[in-house]
Design a protein around this ligand. Sequence first.
Ligand SMILES: [Fe+2]
Length: 180
Amino acid sequence: MRPQAIDLTWTKVRDGDPAPANDAAPFDVTSLLERIVERYHRTHLRDLASAIALADEAENSRASDPTCPPGLGDHLRRLAAGLEAQQRREEFSLFPLLRIGTPRCVAFVTRQMMDDHVDMELRLDALRRFNSGHRPSFEAPLGRQALSFLCRKLEADLKAHARLEHEVLYAALVQQRMDA
Ligand SMILES: [Fe+2]
């Protein structure tokens, strides 16, 4: 079923967005965690739900777009399930550990997050290969064009999300420990 509205807008850097890791501005760990959940976790799952609906629609009308790879919807569903599991791990296990701020938790949490991000990068690579680099022909139906655009947006968002956790959050955690 086609979702009510699909947000194809790429979020631009705005005031209040996290600065690069080499920016000297201090970051508050709790606000960063809230921002990661609201800006990235929720957005990824919303975008994936829209992408799955578009993929199902494209697969159901393969007569008008024979280049649509069969199983694209299932591929996206597996990606969504993996991402949801990662996010649950962060929101219910890793992030609460960071809020408590025990000395040994930083290394453990960071290692787990980095492993998850490597895993997600591999899944994204596989999806891109499966979906012709997210570059359908110009003749492909509009829904397929929107789907590919959404996949590229998701990829860019997930990379920005991983960078925020690897660099800005990690730097804030190190700073927090140095100040303790
Ligand atoms: Fe995350």
